[in-house]
Design a protein around this ligand. Structure first.
Ligand code: UD1
Length: 359
Protein backbone atom coordinates (compact mmCIF):
# COMPACT_ATOMS: atom_id res chain seq x y z
CA UNK A 1 0.00 0.00 0.00
CA UNK A 2 1.44 3.39 -0.95
CA UNK A 3 -0.02 6.83 -0.44
CA UNK A 4 1.51 7.86 -3.78
CA UNK A 5 -0.78 5.66 -5.84
CA UNK A 6 -4.57 5.93 -5.35
CA UNK A 7 -5.76 3.66 -2.59
CA UNK A 8 -8.19 1.11 -3.89
CA UNK A 9 -11.51 1.05 -2.01
CA UNK A 10 -13.85 -1.71 -3.10
CA UNK A 11 -17.57 -1.49 -2.31
CA UNK A 12 -19.44 -4.78 -2.24
CA UNK A 13 -23.20 -4.38 -2.72
CA UNK A 14 -25.98 -6.66 -3.89
CA UNK A 15 -29.37 -5.66 -2.49
CA UNK A 16 -31.61 -2.66 -3.07
CA UNK A 17 -30.79 -0.66 0.11
CA UNK A 18 -27.08 -1.09 -0.57
CA UNK A 19 -27.29 0.55 -4.00
CA UNK A 20 -28.84 3.57 -2.29
CA UNK A 21 -26.08 3.77 0.34
CA UNK A 22 -23.49 3.29 -2.40
CA UNK A 23 -24.99 6.25 -4.28
CA UNK A 24 -24.44 8.48 -1.24
CA UNK A 25 -20.83 7.37 -0.87
CA UNK A 26 -20.20 7.71 -4.58
CA UNK A 27 -21.37 11.33 -4.50
CA UNK A 28 -18.90 12.11 -1.71
CA UNK A 29 -15.97 10.44 -3.51
CA UNK A 30 -15.46 13.34 -5.93
CA UNK A 31 -13.78 15.28 -3.08
CA UNK A 32 -11.31 12.46 -2.41
CA UNK A 33 -9.09 11.88 -5.48
CA UNK A 34 -6.66 9.89 -3.32
CA UNK A 35 -9.08 6.98 -3.59
CA UNK A 36 -9.77 4.69 -6.53
CA UNK A 37 -13.18 3.14 -6.06
CA UNK A 38 -14.49 -0.06 -7.56
CA UNK A 39 -17.92 -1.66 -7.25
CA UNK A 40 -18.69 -5.35 -6.95
CA UNK A 41 -22.35 -6.37 -7.35
CA UNK A 42 -23.04 -9.77 -5.81
CA UNK A 43 -26.21 -10.31 -7.85
CA UNK A 44 -28.32 -10.97 -4.70
CA UNK A 45 -30.96 -8.70 -6.26
CA UNK A 46 -31.29 -9.00 -10.00
CA UNK A 47 -34.77 -7.91 -11.18
CA UNK A 48 -34.39 -4.62 -13.08
CA UNK A 49 -36.57 -2.69 -10.61
CA UNK A 50 -34.61 -4.14 -7.65
CA UNK A 51 -31.16 -3.46 -9.10
CA UNK A 52 -30.43 -1.71 -12.43
CA UNK A 53 -33.13 0.90 -11.75
CA UNK A 54 -31.04 2.26 -8.87
CA UNK A 55 -27.84 2.44 -10.93
CA UNK A 56 -29.83 4.41 -13.52
CA UNK A 57 -31.60 6.63 -11.01
CA UNK A 58 -28.38 7.64 -9.25
CA UNK A 59 -26.22 7.65 -12.40
CA UNK A 60 -23.90 5.13 -10.79
CA UNK A 61 -21.14 3.63 -12.91
CA UNK A 62 -21.77 0.02 -13.93
CA UNK A 63 -20.29 -2.44 -11.42
CA UNK A 64 -16.67 -3.38 -12.17
CA UNK A 65 -17.56 -6.94 -11.31
CA UNK A 66 -21.01 -8.52 -11.50
CA UNK A 67 -21.42 -11.82 -9.70
CA UNK A 68 -24.53 -13.85 -10.13
CA UNK A 69 -25.21 -15.38 -6.76
CA UNK A 70 -28.97 -14.84 -7.16
CA UNK A 71 -31.66 -16.00 -4.74
CA UNK A 72 -31.07 -19.02 -2.51
CA UNK A 73 -31.54 -20.12 1.12
CA UNK A 74 -29.39 -18.01 3.46
CA UNK A 75 -26.42 -20.36 3.91
CA UNK A 76 -26.31 -21.17 0.21
CA UNK A 77 -26.48 -17.50 -0.76
CA UNK A 78 -23.75 -16.55 1.72
CA UNK A 79 -21.63 -19.56 0.71
CA UNK A 80 -21.91 -18.73 -2.99
CA UNK A 81 -21.06 -15.14 -2.15
CA UNK A 82 -17.92 -16.11 -0.21
CA UNK A 83 -16.68 -18.34 -3.06
CA UNK A 84 -17.29 -15.74 -5.76
CA UNK A 85 -15.89 -12.84 -3.73
CA UNK A 86 -12.80 -14.80 -2.74
CA UNK A 87 -11.76 -14.90 -6.39
CA UNK A 88 -12.46 -11.20 -6.84
CA UNK A 89 -10.46 -10.19 -3.76
CA UNK A 90 -7.61 -12.48 -4.67
CA UNK A 91 -7.28 -11.14 -8.22
CA UNK A 92 -8.02 -7.43 -7.62
CA UNK A 93 -6.37 -7.05 -4.19
CA UNK A 94 -8.21 -3.95 -2.94
CA UNK A 95 -6.67 -1.98 -0.07
CA UNK A 96 -9.97 -2.02 1.80
CA UNK A 97 -13.41 -3.55 1.35
CA UNK A 98 -16.50 -1.52 2.24
CA UNK A 99 -19.54 -3.52 3.31
CA UNK A 100 -22.96 -1.98 3.80
CA UNK A 101 -25.82 -2.72 6.17
CA UNK A 102 -26.95 -6.23 7.03
CA UNK A 103 -27.73 -8.39 4.02
CA UNK A 104 -26.33 -11.80 3.11
CA UNK A 105 -24.01 -9.97 0.71
CA UNK A 106 -22.63 -7.99 3.69
CA UNK A 107 -21.84 -11.15 5.65
CA UNK A 108 -20.28 -12.92 2.65
CA UNK A 109 -18.05 -9.96 1.83
CA UNK A 110 -16.90 -9.51 5.44
CA UNK A 111 -15.94 -13.20 5.70
CA UNK A 112 -14.23 -13.43 2.30
CA UNK A 113 -12.22 -10.20 2.73
CA UNK A 114 -11.12 -11.13 6.25
CA UNK A 115 -9.93 -14.54 5.05
CA UNK A 116 -7.85 -12.72 2.41
CA UNK A 117 -6.40 -10.38 5.08
CA UNK A 118 -8.01 -7.35 3.48
CA UNK A 119 -9.27 -4.72 5.95
CA UNK A 120 -13.05 -4.40 6.16
CA UNK A 121 -15.00 -1.23 6.95
CA UNK A 122 -18.66 -1.65 7.89
CA UNK A 123 -21.06 1.16 6.99
CA UNK A 124 -24.09 1.05 9.33
CA UNK A 125 -22.18 -0.67 12.13
CA UNK A 126 -23.40 -1.18 15.69
CA UNK A 127 -27.14 -1.49 15.05
CA UNK A 128 -28.76 -4.31 16.99
CA UNK A 129 -32.21 -5.86 17.30
CA UNK A 130 -31.04 -8.42 19.89
CA UNK A 131 -32.74 -11.36 18.20
CA UNK A 132 -30.60 -13.85 16.33
CA UNK A 133 -33.63 -15.39 14.62
CA UNK A 134 -33.70 -12.28 12.40
CA UNK A 135 -31.50 -13.03 9.36
CA UNK A 136 -30.26 -9.44 9.23
CA UNK A 137 -29.18 -9.56 12.89
CA UNK A 138 -26.70 -12.39 12.28
CA UNK A 139 -25.35 -10.52 9.25
CA UNK A 140 -24.81 -7.41 11.39
CA UNK A 141 -23.05 -9.49 14.06
CA UNK A 142 -20.79 -11.18 11.50
CA UNK A 143 -19.87 -7.90 9.79
CA UNK A 144 -19.15 -6.14 13.09
CA UNK A 145 -17.18 -9.07 14.51
CA UNK A 146 -14.88 -9.10 11.49
CA UNK A 147 -14.65 -5.40 10.60
CA UNK A 148 -11.51 -3.34 11.20
CA UNK A 149 -13.34 -0.02 10.96
CA UNK A 150 -16.89 0.67 12.15
CA UNK A 151 -18.94 3.52 10.71
CA UNK A 152 -21.80 3.97 13.16
CA UNK A 153 -24.94 5.83 12.04
CA UNK A 154 -26.19 6.74 15.54
CA UNK A 155 -24.79 7.41 19.01
CA UNK A 156 -26.72 4.36 20.22
CA UNK A 157 -24.73 2.29 17.70
CA UNK A 158 -21.44 3.80 18.98
CA UNK A 159 -22.44 2.88 22.55
CA UNK A 160 -23.36 -0.65 21.48
CA UNK A 161 -19.99 -1.13 19.79
CA UNK A 162 -18.27 0.10 22.97
CA UNK A 163 -20.24 -2.45 25.02
CA UNK A 164 -18.85 -5.08 22.65
CA UNK A 165 -15.29 -3.81 23.22
CA UNK A 166 -14.92 -1.80 20.02
CA UNK A 167 -13.70 1.69 20.80
CA UNK A 168 -10.89 2.38 18.35
CA UNK A 169 -11.54 2.83 14.64
CA UNK A 170 -15.18 3.55 15.47
CA UNK A 171 -16.46 6.65 13.69
CA UNK A 172 -19.84 8.27 14.29
CA UNK A 173 -21.13 9.29 10.86
CA UNK A 174 -24.92 9.72 10.94
CA UNK A 175 -26.90 7.64 8.49
CA UNK A 176 -25.59 7.78 4.95
CA UNK A 177 -29.02 7.75 3.27
CA UNK A 178 -29.81 11.05 5.02
CA UNK A 179 -27.00 12.54 2.85
CA UNK A 180 -29.12 11.97 -0.26
CA UNK A 181 -32.29 13.30 1.37
CA UNK A 182 -30.63 16.38 2.85
CA UNK A 183 -29.18 17.27 -0.55
CA UNK A 184 -32.49 16.86 -2.40
CA UNK A 185 -34.90 18.38 0.12
CA UNK A 186 -32.56 20.74 1.98
CA UNK A 187 -31.79 20.66 5.68
CA UNK A 188 -31.62 17.68 7.94
CA UNK A 189 -35.28 16.90 8.31
CA UNK A 190 -38.05 18.11 6.22
CA UNK A 191 -41.82 18.20 6.54
CA UNK A 192 -44.17 18.31 3.55
CA UNK A 193 -47.90 18.81 3.18
CA UNK A 194 -49.53 15.48 4.07
CA UNK A 195 -52.40 13.75 2.27
CA UNK A 196 -54.90 11.27 3.75
CA UNK A 197 -53.07 8.26 2.39
CA UNK A 198 -50.93 5.67 4.11
CA UNK A 199 -47.86 4.03 2.55
CA UNK A 200 -47.19 0.35 3.27
CA UNK A 201 -44.05 -1.74 2.75
CA UNK A 202 -43.62 -5.26 4.12
CA UNK A 203 -40.81 -7.64 3.20
CA UNK A 204 -39.06 -8.88 6.33
CA UNK A 205 -39.03 -12.67 6.80
CA UNK A 206 -40.77 -12.30 10.18
CA UNK A 207 -43.89 -11.16 8.30
CA UNK A 208 -43.65 -12.85 4.90
CA UNK A 209 -42.77 -16.32 6.23
CA UNK A 210 -45.66 -16.33 8.71
CA UNK A 211 -49.10 -16.66 7.11
CA UNK A 212 -50.93 -15.48 10.25
CA UNK A 213 -48.85 -12.33 10.60
CA UNK A 214 -49.09 -11.47 6.92
CA UNK A 215 -52.87 -12.01 6.96
CA UNK A 216 -53.23 -9.89 10.08
CA UNK A 217 -51.25 -7.01 8.52
CA UNK A 218 -53.34 -7.12 5.34
CA UNK A 219 -56.55 -7.34 7.40
CA UNK A 220 -55.51 -4.25 9.37
CA UNK A 221 -54.51 -2.09 6.42
CA UNK A 222 -57.66 -2.94 4.44
CA UNK A 223 -59.72 -1.73 7.41
CA UNK A 224 -58.11 1.69 7.74
CA UNK A 225 -60.19 4.75 6.88
CA UNK A 226 -57.65 6.04 4.37
CA UNK A 227 -56.42 4.47 1.10
CA UNK A 228 -53.18 2.51 1.46
CA UNK A 229 -50.49 2.46 -1.22
CA UNK A 230 -48.63 -0.84 -1.02
CA UNK A 231 -45.24 -1.20 -2.73
CA UNK A 232 -44.87 -4.97 -2.97
CA UNK A 233 -41.44 -6.64 -2.74
CA UNK A 234 -41.15 -9.81 -4.91
CA UNK A 235 -40.69 -11.92 -1.76
CA UNK A 236 -43.99 -10.57 -0.40
CA UNK A 237 -45.83 -11.08 -3.70
CA UNK A 238 -44.78 -14.74 -3.63
CA UNK A 239 -45.78 -15.10 0.03
CA UNK A 240 -49.23 -13.54 -0.53
CA UNK A 241 -49.98 -16.07 -3.29
CA UNK A 242 -48.51 -18.96 -1.32
CA UNK A 243 -50.63 -18.18 1.74
CA UNK A 244 -53.79 -17.66 -0.36
CA UNK A 245 -54.14 -13.98 0.59
CA UNK A 246 -54.56 -12.49 -2.91
CA UNK A 247 -58.12 -11.35 -2.18
CA UNK A 248 -56.74 -8.63 0.14
CA UNK A 249 -54.91 -7.05 -2.79
CA UNK A 250 -58.25 -6.73 -4.60
CA UNK A 251 -59.63 -4.58 -1.76
CA UNK A 252 -60.70 -1.11 -2.92
CA UNK A 253 -58.79 0.24 0.14
CA UNK A 254 -55.41 -0.80 -1.24
CA UNK A 255 -53.46 0.44 -4.26
CA UNK A 256 -50.80 -2.08 -5.25
CA UNK A 257 -47.49 -1.09 -6.82
CA UNK A 258 -44.48 -3.08 -7.96
CA UNK A 259 -41.25 -1.98 -6.24
CA UNK A 260 -40.84 1.69 -7.09
CA UNK A 261 -37.82 3.95 -7.46
CA UNK A 262 -36.05 5.56 -4.53
CA UNK A 263 -37.26 9.09 -5.26
CA UNK A 264 -40.85 7.94 -5.94
CA UNK A 265 -40.71 6.15 -2.60
CA UNK A 266 -39.44 9.30 -0.89
CA UNK A 267 -42.26 11.35 -2.41
CA UNK A 268 -44.83 8.86 -1.13
CA UNK A 269 -43.31 8.77 2.36
CA UNK A 270 -43.18 12.57 2.35
CA UNK A 271 -46.81 13.06 1.32
CA UNK A 272 -48.42 10.25 3.32
CA UNK A 273 -50.06 10.95 6.65
CA UNK A 274 -48.34 7.83 7.96
CA UNK A 275 -46.21 4.91 6.81
CA UNK A 276 -46.64 1.30 7.90
CA UNK A 277 -43.46 -0.68 7.45
CA UNK A 278 -41.02 -3.36 8.59
CA UNK A 279 -38.15 -1.80 6.64
CA UNK A 280 -35.35 -0.14 8.58
CA UNK A 281 -34.69 2.11 5.60
CA UNK A 282 -38.27 3.37 5.46
CA UNK A 283 -38.33 3.99 9.24
CA UNK A 284 -35.40 6.41 9.05
CA UNK A 285 -36.69 8.02 5.83
CA UNK A 286 -40.08 8.62 7.52
CA UNK A 287 -38.22 10.27 10.39
CA UNK A 288 -36.47 12.59 7.94
CA UNK A 289 -39.74 13.53 6.21
CA UNK A 290 -41.51 13.95 9.57
CA UNK A 291 -44.11 11.32 8.72
CA UNK A 292 -45.43 9.20 11.61
CA UNK A 293 -44.31 5.57 11.23
CA UNK A 294 -46.05 2.40 12.40
CA UNK A 295 -43.54 -0.43 12.67
CA UNK A 296 -45.05 -3.85 11.87
CA UNK A 297 -42.31 -5.69 13.71
CA UNK A 298 -41.50 -6.47 17.33
CA UNK A 299 -38.54 -4.10 17.63
CA UNK A 300 -36.36 -1.73 15.64
CA UNK A 301 -32.71 -0.79 15.55
CA UNK A 302 -33.69 2.85 14.86
CA UNK A 303 -34.64 3.47 18.48
CA UNK A 304 -34.17 7.25 18.19
CA UNK A 305 -37.26 7.48 16.01
CA UNK A 306 -39.33 5.68 18.66
CA UNK A 307 -37.80 7.71 21.51
CA UNK A 308 -38.70 10.98 19.80
CA UNK A 309 -42.27 9.80 19.20
CA UNK A 310 -42.12 9.54 15.40
CA UNK A 311 -42.32 5.75 15.25
CA UNK A 312 -44.49 3.25 17.13
CA UNK A 313 -43.62 -0.44 17.39
CA UNK A 314 -47.03 -2.05 16.77
CA UNK A 315 -46.22 -5.67 15.92
CA UNK A 316 -48.62 -7.47 13.58
CA UNK A 317 -51.92 -7.57 15.49
CA UNK A 318 -54.94 -6.17 13.60
CA UNK A 319 -56.15 -3.97 16.47
CA UNK A 320 -52.66 -2.83 17.42
CA UNK A 321 -51.91 -1.69 13.86
CA UNK A 322 -55.24 0.09 13.44
CA UNK A 323 -54.95 1.76 16.87
CA UNK A 324 -51.38 2.84 16.18
CA UNK A 325 -52.45 4.46 12.90
CA UNK A 326 -55.49 6.16 14.44
CA UNK A 327 -53.61 7.35 17.55
CA UNK A 328 -50.45 8.41 15.72
CA UNK A 329 -48.78 11.52 17.04
CA UNK A 330 -46.99 14.25 15.17
CA UNK A 331 -44.24 15.42 17.53
CA UNK A 332 -43.04 19.00 17.36
CA UNK A 333 -40.08 18.73 15.00
CA UNK A 334 -37.30 16.16 15.17
CA UNK A 335 -33.67 16.26 16.17
CA UNK A 336 -30.86 15.23 13.84
CA UNK A 337 -30.48 11.92 15.67
CA UNK A 338 -30.33 9.87 12.46
CA UNK A 339 -27.88 12.03 10.54
CA UNK A 340 -27.01 15.51 9.31
CA UNK A 341 -26.20 14.84 5.65
CA UNK A 342 -22.42 14.51 6.04
CA UNK A 343 -21.94 10.78 6.58
CA UNK A 344 -20.21 10.14 3.23
CA UNK A 345 -17.69 12.90 3.86
CA UNK A 346 -16.95 11.62 7.39
CA UNK A 347 -16.43 8.06 6.12
CA UNK A 348 -13.94 9.10 3.46
CA UNK A 349 -12.11 11.56 5.73
CA UNK A 350 -11.77 8.83 8.36
CA UNK A 351 -10.42 6.39 5.76
CA UNK A 352 -7.96 9.02 4.55
CA UNK A 353 -6.66 9.48 8.12
CA UNK A 354 -6.64 5.72 8.73
CA UNK A 355 -4.39 5.02 5.75
CA UNK A 356 -2.23 8.04 6.50
CA UNK A 357 -1.58 6.77 10.03
CA UNK A 358 -0.64 3.36 8.64
CA UNK A 359 1.86 4.62 6.04
C1 UD1 B 1 -32.75 -8.61 1.47
C2 UD1 B 1 -32.04 -8.38 2.79
C3 UD1 B 1 -32.79 -7.36 3.61
C4 UD1 B 1 -33.06 -6.10 2.83
C5 UD1 B 1 -33.78 -6.46 1.54
C6 UD1 B 1 -34.08 -5.26 0.69
C7 UD1 B 1 -30.94 -10.44 3.55
C8 UD1 B 1 -30.95 -11.52 4.55
N1 UD1 B 1 -31.99 -9.61 3.58
O1 UD1 B 1 -34.02 -9.19 1.76
O2 UD1 B 1 -32.01 -7.02 4.75
O3 UD1 B 1 -33.84 -5.23 3.60
O4 UD1 B 1 -32.95 -7.36 0.81
O5 UD1 B 1 -34.97 -5.55 -0.36
O6 UD1 B 1 -30.00 -10.32 2.81
N2 UD1 B 1 -36.36 -11.76 -5.38
C9 UD1 B 1 -36.78 -11.47 -6.65
N3 UD1 B 1 -36.03 -10.61 -7.40
C10 UD1 B 1 -34.90 -10.04 -6.95
C11 UD1 B 1 -34.47 -10.33 -5.64
C12 UD1 B 1 -35.21 -11.19 -4.87
O7 UD1 B 1 -37.80 -11.97 -7.11
O8 UD1 B 1 -34.27 -9.25 -7.68
C13 UD1 B 1 -37.18 -12.67 -4.55
C14 UD1 B 1 -36.72 -14.09 -4.59
O9 UD1 B 1 -37.83 -14.91 -4.52
C15 UD1 B 1 -35.93 -14.23 -3.29
C16 UD1 B 1 -36.69 -13.30 -2.37
O10 UD1 B 1 -37.13 -12.22 -3.20
O11 UD1 B 1 -35.86 -15.54 -2.80
C17 UD1 B 1 -35.87 -12.77 -1.24
O12 UD1 B 1 -34.70 -12.11 -1.74
P1 UD1 B 1 -33.40 -12.01 -0.81
O13 UD1 B 1 -32.38 -11.21 -1.50
O14 UD1 B 1 -33.00 -13.36 -0.33
O15 UD1 B 1 -33.91 -11.25 0.48
P2 UD1 B 1 -34.80 -9.93 0.62
O16 UD1 B 1 -36.10 -10.29 1.23
O17 UD1 B 1 -34.81 -9.14 -0.64
Amino acid sequence: MSLHSPLHLMSVVGARPQFIKLAALHAALSDFPQFRHSIVHSGQHYDPEMSQAFFDEFHLPAPDVFLQIGSAPHNVQIGKGILALDEVFSSLQPDLVLVYGDTNTTAAAAIAATKRNIPVAHIEAGLREFDKSIPEETNKLIADALADIWFAPTHTAVEQLAKEGKTTNVCFTGDIVIDLLARRYGGVSSEAQKKEIAFLTCHRAVNTDNAERLKSILEAVTNLPMPVIFSVHPRTATAISLHGLDSYLASPRIIVNKPISFWETQQLIRESCCVITDSGGVIKEAYFHQTPCIIIDEQTEWVESVDEGWATVAGAGVKKIINAVMDRKVPLGSSQALGDGKAGYRILQFLNDFFHDQS
